[in-house]
Design a binder for this molecule. Structure first.
Ligand SMILES: Cc1cc2nc3c(=O)[nH]c(=O)nc-3n(C[C@H](O)[C@H](O)[C@H](O)COP(=O)(O)OP(=O)(O)OC[C@H]3O[C@@H](n4cnc5c(N)ncnc54)[C@H](O)[C@@H]3O)c2cc1C
Length: 378
C-alpha cells in the first residue's frame, strides 16, 4: 500500500478535490484564457492548510511532506498552472528558506507564504544558462559589509507578481560550483525590476517572466545559507523539488483519463458508444496502466525522499517516465474525443498544452536521461 492511501490522506484528498471542484475548476479555463493567476483561490486554499503543508509547524505549516504530495496531485488534476505558481512559492522559494535559512529569515518569510498573503519565486535560469546551470553570469561582490548583485534571470515562475525572490548568483571569476550564493530579495528593493509576463503555450495562468538586477545592494541578512554554498545547497534542494514534479504528470494524466473515459461512454458513432470499440478501449487501458505504474513509483519516490535517502537517480527516472506518460495520455485523450477534444471548450486541449512543460521545466528529458546514465555508469 502506498502511504498516502492511509485513511487520513484519503480524507485530505477528498477534501482538496471538493475544494478544487468548487473553487478552481469553474475558473480554470478562464484563468488560462486570460492568463490571470487566481490569487483569491490561493488565499482560500491557504486558509484550509493547502499551501505549504510540508513547511515546519512553528511557522504555520504541518511538517507533512505526504500532504504536500496529495495536494500537489489534486491541484494538477484541475489546474496545472495554478499549482505551478503555488509550488514556486511554497516549495521552490519557501522550502529553500526552511532548509537553508536562519531563524530570523524563517520568521520573516514563511508565515506570509503559508497564509497565502505573499508569493515567492526561485530564480536560477538566465538567457544564456538553462540546462547548463553552472554557467550563470549573475554576480555578487562584497562592497564593504554589503553585497552588490547584478544580472538577469529569465523564465522565472511568478517573477511578474512575486513579493519575495531567491536569486542564485556567483562570485566574479569563480568557476563551476564555486562561489555560489543565494540571496533572498524583496519587491521594492532598489535595482530589482521584473518584466511583463511572457506569452506561452501552457500553464498560462501562472505568470512567467524576467528579473533584472542592477546594483541591488543588500546586507548579510539577505544571504540564504553560507557565502559560497549557493550551488551545493541548490543541488541538495533540487532533489526534493524533482521528487514532486512528476506529480504534475500524474494529476494531468488522471484528468485526461477521467474526461476521455466519460466522453467515450456517451459519444455515439456507428450506432454505439465509442467506448465499445476495442481500439478506443486499448487507448484507455494503456493510459490507465502507465498512469498507475507512474503513480506508484512517484509515491515510492516521495517516501524515499521523506526518509532522507539520496534520490537523484529515482527522481530522474520518475520525471522522465511520468512526463512521457502524460504527453502520450494528453494526445490520446484528444484523439478519443476527436474534433471536440481539439476545441477550447473541452479541458483536454488545455491539458495537452500544459503537459509539454513537464518535458522541459526543472531539467529537460534529455538532462534526466544524462543523470540516469551517469548514475548507472559511475
Ligand atoms: C514555463 C516555465 C517556467 C519556468 N520556471 C522556472 C523557475 O521558476 N526558475 C528557474 O530558475 N527556471 C525556470 N524555468 C527554466 C527551465 O528550468 C529551463 O527552461 C530548463 O532548465 C531548460 O533550459 P533552457 O530552456 O535554457 O533550454 P536549453 O538548456 O538551452 O536546452 C535546449 C535543448 O538542448 C537540450 N540539451 C541541453 N544540454 C544538453 C546536453 N548536455 N545533452 C543533450 N541535450 C541537451 C535540452 O534538453 C533541450 O532539448 C522555467 C521554464 C519554463 C518554460
Amino acid at each position: 500500500m502506498i502511504l498516502t492511501d492511509k485513511e487520513e490522506y484519503k480524507r485530505l484528498r477528498d477534501e482538496v478535490r471538493r475544494f478544487n471542484l468548487r473553487e478552481l475548476a469553474p475558473r480554470a479555463a478562464q484563468c488560462d484564457e486570460q492568463e490571470a493567476f487566481p490569487l483569491d483561490v490561493l488565499k482560500r486554499a491557504a486558509d484550509l492548510g493547502y499551501v505549504g503543508p510540508h513547511l515546519p509547524e512553528q511557522y504555520g505549516g504541518m511538517s507533512d511532506y505526504y500532504a504536500k504530495a496529495v495536494v500537489y496531485e489534486e491541484n494538477c488534476r484541475v489546474s496545472f498552472g495554478y499549482n505551478l505558481s503555488l509550488n514556486a512559492s511554497d516549495l521552490l522559494f519557501a522550502n529553500n528558506v526552511a532548509r537553508h535559512g536562519n531563524e530570523e529569515q524563517k520568521q520573516r518569510y514563511l508565515p506570509g507564504i503559508i497564509k497565502g498573503t505573499k508569493l515567492g519565486c526561485w530564480a536560477l535560469t538566465e538567457p544564456d544558462a538553462g540546462s547548463d546551470a553552472l554557467s550563470i553570469t549573475t554576480t555578487w561582490k562584497k562592497d564593504g559589509s554589503m553585497y552588490l548583485i547584478n544580472g538577469r534571470k529569465t523564465f522565472i515562475t511568478n517573477a511578474p507578481i512575486a513579493d519575495y525572490f531567491i536569486v542564485i548568483a556567483r562570485k566574479p571569476g569563480s568557476i563551476k560550483a564555486e562561489g555560489g550564493c543565494a540571496f533572498i530579495l524583496e519587491r521594492g528593493m532598489q535595482g530589482l525590476s521584473t518584466g511583463t509576463p511572457f506569452k506561452k503555450l501552457g500553464g498560462r495562468c501562472s505568470p512567467t517572466g524576467e528579473i533584472v538586477l542592477e546594483d541591488v545592494r543588500v546586507s548579510e541578512d539577505q544571504l540564504l545559507g553560507k557565502e559560497g554554498s549557493g550551488f551545493k545547497d541548490m543541488f541538495a534542494s533540487l532533489d526534493v523539488e524533482r521528487a514532486y514534479t512528476p506529480l504534475s504528470s500524474i494529476g494531468i494524466a488522471q484528468a485526461c483519463l477521467d474526461e476521455a473515459a466519460a466522453y467515450a461512454k456517451q459519444r455515439k458513432q456507428f450506432g454505439s458508444a465509442i467506448a465499445e470499440f476495442q481500439l478506443i478501449q486499448e487507448k484507455l487501458a494503456v493510459m490507465a496502466s502507465k498512469l498507475e505504474v507512474a503513480r506508484h513509483y512517484v509515491y515510492h519516490l516521495i517516501e524515499l525522499m521523506v526518509q532522507g535517502k539520496r534520490i537523484t537517480r529515482e527522481a530522474a527516472i520518475a520525471k522522465l517516465f511520468a512526463s512521457d506518460m502524460v504527453n502520450r495520455a494528453a494526445r490520446e485523450a484528444i484523439q478519443i474525443m476527436g474534433g471536440y477534444g481539439y476545441m477550447r471548450e473541452y479541458n483536454v486541449e488545455r491539458y495537452f498544452r500544459d503537459a509539454k512543460l513537464l518535458e522541459i521545466g526543472a531539467g529537460t528529458s534529455e538532462i534526466q536521461k544524462l543523470i540516469i546514465a551517469r548514475e548507472l555508469l559511475k
